[in-house]
Design a protein around this ligand. Sequence first.
Ligand code: PMT
Length: 218
Amino acid sequence: MALRFIVTAGPTREYLDPVRFLSNPSTGRMGFAVARAARAAGHQVTLVTGPVALRTPRGVLRIDVVSAREMLAAVRRALAAERTSSALVMTAAVADWRPASCAARKLKKSGMDGTLRLVRNPDILRSLGSKAPGDIRIGFAAETGDPAAEAVRKCRAKHLDLIVANDVTQPGAGFGVKTNRVAFAFPDGRVDRLPLMSKDAVARRIVRFAEHLAEEGR
Ligand code: PMT
């Protein structure tokens, strides 16, 4: 059964003036791997990505965004465009905070006092609320330390079918690298710890899990 995947990837940038921003080290590798794997398995894929230096996988519709609020709007549009159920996979490292204001011109050092006022960004997954029947939602959790307990909590709080947790302090896992060491955490509290594997292999497992849910009609 061909599914409609919406995959987010990369970081968001939260500008405080035209030349300065808050962000994180996400390169988009994990999300692009999911988009590639879903497309290779014959699914339709929309990839919403923050600023990254990766080539768009063949056959994938790519939507570029910069900030968390732009990513939220793009995800909402992509979901609304689907007439049938969709599988949303949020690998993006979305900034939780943004500067309270963004200056139109470069801020002068002399005019800054060393404090930066921040406001909360919307939580994209939470803001989508409960799922419609047939929809599949998969998140990621970047943790520093054993990610299992926190991952299960996030999985439930964000109405997810699965959260893929990675301890980004582990060698070969998390940001930038071509491999990942992840645990699949489910809303019922089950946690499957996977060995170190390529991000492509993790991505194939995620796509197979979504296909399995769809076949079960969940
Ligand atoms: O891009 P790479 O260099 O390959 O690195 C991959 C990765 C480390 C970015 C990826 O494996 C990963 O862990 N992504 C999720 C990072 C993250 O933001 O985790 P979180 O625990 O803060 O968020 C939990 C979930 O909520 C995520 O699915 C996130 O996309 C989502 N979220 C977070 C914040 C927010 N404001 N809105 C969201 O929807």
